[in-house]
Design a binder for this molecule. Structure first.
Ligand SMILES: NC(=O)c1ccc[n+]([C@@H]2O[C@H](COP(=O)([O-])OP(=O)(O)OC[C@H]3O[C@@H](n4cnc5c(N)ncnc54)[C@H](O)[C@@H]3O)[C@@H](O)[C@H]2O)c1
Length: 287
């Protein structure tokens, strides 16, 4: 092997983590964790380009970053529409030429599920096919469509980093008991649960990650995922008690605790990592 053709990594770890001048597309960028990821990469010098389904929320999220002195931009998108994805990515390519990092954080997640109504929390035996389909469309098909288009830009530049946001329940099953009443603890249960499509799509994201990691390895594109466990977001304290009982560190995550992992994966600090799944779960998945 001709070693002279292999690019040596930057030796300073500070420089390895630096994201200066990198354009970083974040789907679900106006969402709860999307905003945290955007702030993290902006703090490291990157320029987040936020993509989300609602222009008002996109504008708010961009303004928040701009007010803090960071560069940022935003685009309204519905990642489930091939035409819409193509047209938005075309605008991004014309304006910025290169996309260095893609963070796939958009998902039909808990907030959407709760707003979607009780049907999303129906028992498995009664679960409506169209509600199952909604999660498949956003979490898998949407991720597929945007990655396809951004991947073309990355391939042309022979450089790219993709981070897919999975979940602890991509690795383990949800523990259904945390939602159910339990008289022993005076726990009345909660009116929601983790519907089957969520962990199934998130497990699919791990396979999507591994497939593209090997497929694009020769093109300079690295593909990894992160699997966070539950993040604090004003959940019912009784529910939190049930959940944290299952987490060795005895608590949920603070959103800030995902800033380090996302920066590590987005930057050249993780230059020898591809196809991996970084689990950030306080130990939730180890017992
Ligand atoms: N919050 C947690 O505890 C947690 C834990 C593990 C994994 N995750 C994952 O992290 C990611 C972000 O979750 P979150 O908690 O910030 O949820 P969130 O609902 O706040 O953010 C998701 C964002 O995706 C956007 N979105 C949904 N459908 C879309 C579409 N068709 N086109 C474009 N955008 C669309 C939503 O508008 C929203 O802003 C998700 O992939 C979620 O599954 C979250």
């Amino acid at each position: 092997m001709d070693m002279s053709k292999i690019e040596k990594p930057e030796s300073s770890v500070k420089k390895q983590y630096d994201l200066s001048g990198r354009y970083i597309v974040i789907t679900g960028g106006a969402g709860f964790l999307g905003r945290t990821f955007a702030e993290a990469v902006a703090e490291m010098g990157g320029i987040p380009l936020l993509l989300d389904i609602n222009q008002t929320y996109v504008d708010e999220a961009v303004q928040y970053l701009v007010k803090k002195g960071y560069k940022a931009d935003g685009f309204e998108i519905n990642i489930t529409s091939k035409e819409n994805v193509r047209s938005v990515v075309k605008q991004i390519a014309e304006k910025y030429k290169q996309v260095h990092v893609l963070i796939n954080a958009a998902a039909f997640a808990m907030k959407n599920l709760q707003e979607g109504g009780a049907g999303f929390f129906a028992p498995f035996e009664e679960y409506e096919q169209d509600l199952w389909q909604v999660s498949i469309d956003v979490n898998l098909t949407g991720t597929f469509l945007i990655t396809q288009e951004i991947g073309k830009i990355m391939k042309a530049h022979k450089y790219g980093v993709i981070i897919n946001v999975a979940s602890d329940v991509a690795v383990i099953s949800p523990d259904h008991r945390i939602y159910e009443a339990d008289a022993r603890f005076g726990y009345e249960g909660v009116p929601f649960n983790t519907p089957i499509a969520y962990p199934v799509t998130k497990a699919g994201i791990l396979s999507f990650t591994r497939y593209l990691a090997t497929y694009w390895a020769k093109d300079g594109i690295r593909v990894n995922s992160i699997s966070p466990a539950g993040v604090y977001r004003n959940q019912d304290p009784k529910f939190v008690e049930q959940l944290v009982y299952r987490i060795p560190l005895g608590r949920m995550a603070f959103p800030e605790e995902l800033k380090g992992p996302i920066t590590f994966l987005a930057s050249d600090a993780s230059s020898f990592m591809t196809g991996g799944n970084l689990i950030i779960d306080g130990g939730r998945t180890i017992w």
